[in-house]
Write a protein that binds this ligand. Structure first.
Ligand code: SF4
Length: 300
């Protein structure tokens, strides 16, 4: 994007920093987190490893006024992701509406000035369709499984997957471009072809244009939560991640062969269901059929 100045001083809208990982293939964008922390409580969450008391979400001091100030410094056409380290439509949003008010701010600045990439796991996003229709936006909704019971265990306080699918349908009916993040895929738990196919099939039926997928990366705290919830898988995960896997920038990855096998399975399913594909932080750009890996390419 032309006119990007990575050194401009901002407060709450910051250049997206994917752990400076070479495996990230994202185009440059900014990130705004309306809240600190998140109430969904996903076992595999990565943000909880670097944000204190992450599962006790709270407001940010002066978030909206700082948001306005920051936007004034950014070049027109910038992509702003809401959000990479919190869910903008978590429980707090029902009451506090910081995300909704941020969208109103964006709209007031000119309906076409910025591009917005929403990342959520909540059907609450439907509430803002009136605003989303007016701005340049794409909405990505994470769904790791259509199995309600498993989803409840993995993402205990997030709305069930079928409600997320309903939200995707409604967004599509309102001509808002959508993608599903099948992310992360967890070995021995959600990596069966049946599980992956169900998600891709439902997403395709809901009219999404892109599936974004990644494999689960182990961090100390997310691994502790996973093992506590699924003790029967601990031995297999330990072998697969700590013996056969690789460490990349403080994250334990599956080895490249296994990662590619999983990601390729998802890609083949997207071909069957006629949806574009990309992977996230895997370094497999050669498998990508979508314009960008993060869904920002869907913004019209
Ligand atoms: S929705 Fe995202 S930020 Fe919130 S707990 Fe789940 S993975 Fe973490």
């Amino acid at each position: 994007m032309e006119g990007v100045n990575r050194n401009v001083k901002t407060y709450v809208v910051n250049p997206f920093d994917p752990w400076k990982s070479k495996l990230c293939t994202c185009p440059f964008k900014y990130s705004f987190n309306p809240y600190t922390g998140c109430s969904h409580g996903c076992l595999y969450c990565y943000s909880s490893s670097y944000i204190k008391s992450f599962f006790r979400p709270r407001n940010k001091l002066n978030a909206l006024s700082l948001f306005k100030r920051d936007l004034l410094k950014l070049p027109a056409g910038s992509v702003i992701e809401i959000s990479s380290s919190t869910d903008p439509y978590q429980l707090l949003e029902e009451r506090n509406q910081v995300t909704r008010r941020s969208l109103e701010v964006l709209l007031k600045m000119g309906r076409k000035k910025f591009k917005v990439l929403i990342v959520t796991k909540s059907n609450l996003v439907k509430r803002d369709i009136d605003l989303l229709r007016e701005i340049k936006v794409a909405v990505t909704v994470t769904i790791t499984t259509m199995n309600q019971e498993l989803a409840k265990k993995l993402e205990p306080f997030a709305p069930p997957p079928y409600k997320r699918i309903e939200a995707l349908k409604e967004l599509k009916e309102n001509s808002i471009p959508t993608a599903v993040r099948l992310d992360p895929v967890i070995p021995f738990l959600t990596d069966s072809v049946e599980n992956l196919e169900e998600v891709v099939k439902e997403a395709s039926a809901a009219g999404v244009s892109q599936i974004i997928s990644s494999t689960y990366k182990v961090k100390k705290d997310n691994f502790e939560r996973m093992v506590k919830a699924f003790p029967e898988l601990e031995k297999r995960w330990r072998k697969t991640y700590f013996v056969e896997g690789v460490k990349i920038k403080n994250y334990h990855y599956l080895n490249k062969q296994l990662r590619r096998k999983i990601i390729l399975t998802v890609k083949k399913l997207t071909e069957r269901y006629n949806v574009k594909f990309s992977s996230c932080r895997e370094g497999f750009q050669d498998l990508q059929t979508a314009l960008t890996c993060d869904g920002s390419g869907l913004i019209k």
